[in-house]
Design a protein around this ligand. Sequence first.
Ligand SMILES: [Zn+2]
Length: 92
Amino acid sequence: MLIVNDDHLRRAGVKSLGERCNYCSKALAEYPLIMSDDAQTVYHVTCALQLAMDILTDLYTFFDPPAPYDRLFPLTTTSPNSEGGSYAINGS
Ligand SMILES: [Zn+2]
């Protein structure tokens, strides 16, 4: 959620702009801010973007690791004609 005024900030559970960002530990200081959907954690907009990039980079590296590392597991799909596939879908 985007936080752009004092009312939004109070509803996010933050008492003042003097509280610290959970990512960089600097004072929130000014709007706009971002509140995460899960834990009501408030970040600077740039910190929220950096955090999102960190997560995307970690996910990319996990699913497609650089050489000489191999993937931990292959990603596959189940064909509807494979054993058990159509049974599960049709329920008959
Ligand atoms: Zn920050």
